[in-house]
Design a protein around this ligand. Structure first.
Ligand code: ZN
Length: 376
């Protein structure tokens, strides 16, 4: 990364102000990542629908023809059904595995790109926002493989998530088909069972896509968080600690509330997500520097201490307050121009921008609200 003659000459800018700016920047970035999560989840769902459903349905149609054997005795019929079931089971398992393998490779490649982008972004933040003359160090390229393929994401490496979901989906398909046959259901009924419907959300194909969406979201966030911190870790002479910021956790749970503003040594301690759909953000806490850009040692910086003990502003800024601090251009970048205008004109409460699933609301969802307010 480029280092050399700096930058925005704000040497002497207090670490409190600088660290608050870094938090704001990282929160803005986290909102962009929200959009990416939704995009990757959607892509995985759609490609699974495209690839998984037809192969399972084809195997099922073939098998259902073989299951119904009428011209034999009861015992013979049971034997033939059992055989047909075994053939189907092996066929669909192989097909399902092949589809998930393909999706896994594609998704892993996309996560590598994300990791790469996050590393560059994190380096850029240090390079352009920290007004101290130092050469930003890049982590070795191998960290990308480590982050994407080796490190557990919510307990399991990414590859395992895909393999386990494939195996689980096949088991569920078998179980539904057996149940359908046992209760003498029609072909159409068995197909419905396997597909899943809104009334039958546990149907294996629908269930698999929901699970895949969750995996995609979690992976995007974990990869992003890990990549950001790799850069802080490579520059730990400047970045002292990592702070947990719960600003985006609109329904802050007790865990996140208690961790909001807590800071940990780089590469050490707990990181979000702390629970499903946790939206806590990580931000770097940089060391204090004197007017000449020399590092100032502060006392009391110890593991797990709250940031306020470091003499910094606690980060308990909530989402609406954070929005008010943003420049119009930044709001445009994060939310798009139309939403930014509505925020600026006070036509929307910042909390209304994000729904319960913590997705940014579409313009179509927001428009009725806005027209009501304009009318009122
Ligand atoms: Zn949280």
């Amino acid at each position: 990364m480029p280092g050399g003659g700096k930058k925005d000459p704000r040497i002497g800018l207090g670490p409190d102000t600088l660290n608050a700016e870094l938090r704001d920047e990282l929160i803005r970035h986290a909102i962009l990542i929200l959009g990416l999560e939704a995009g990757e989840a959607r892509r995985l769902r759609l490609t699974l629908s495209r690839d998984l459903d037809p192969v399972v349905m084809e195997a099922l149609q073939d098998a259902l023809g073989r299951f119904r054997v009428d011209d034999a005795g009861r015992v013979e019929r049971a034997k033939q059904t059992l055989q047909a079931m075994e053939t189907f089971s092996a066929e669909q398992a192989a097909a399902v595995r092949a589809v998930f393998d393909e999706r896994r490779r594609d998704f892993r490649a996309r996560m590598r790109e994300l990791a790469e982008g996050e590393l560059r972004y994190s380096e850029g933040v240090l390079d352009f926002r920290v007004p101290v003359d130092f050469d930003v160090r890049s982590p070795p390229p191998i960290v990308i493989t480590d982050i994407v393929s080796r490190r557990p994401i919510e307990g399991r490496p990414l590859d395992h998530w895909f393999r386990d979901l494939a195996a689980d989906t096949s088991r569920r398909i078998d179980a539904e088909v057996r149940r359908g046959i046992a209760s003498n259901e029609s072909t159409a009924q068995i197909i419905q069972r396997v597909r899943g419907t809104t009334r039958r959300p546990g149907g294996p194909l629908l269930f698999a896509k929901r699970q895949a969406e969750t995996i995609a979201r979690t992976a995007v966030r974990s990869v992003s968080t890990a990549a950001l911190e790799e850069v802080w870790s490579a520059n730990s002479d400047v970045v002292e600690r990592v702070m947990i910021v719960a600003t985006l956790d609109l329904r802050t749970c007790p865990i996140c509330a208690s961790l909001d503003g807590a800071s940990f040594p780089v590469g050490n301690g707990d990181r979000p997500p702390f629970h499903p759909s946790c939206r806590c953000v990580v931000a770097p806490v940089v060391a204090a520097f004197d007017d000449l850009g020399r590092r100032v040692r502060r006392s009391g910086a110890d593991d797990g201490t709250r940031a306020s003990m470091l003499g910094e502003v606690p980060s308990t800024l909530r989402f609406p307050e954070w929005i008010r601090r943003q420049r119009f251009d930044d709001l445009v970048e994060v939310f798009g121009r139309q939403r930014a205008v509505w925020i600026r004109d006070g036509l929307i409460d910042p909390r209304e921008l994000i729904d319960r699933q913590l997705r940014i609301r579409t313009l179509e969802e927001l428009r009725p609200l806005i027209s009501r307010r304009r009318a009122g």
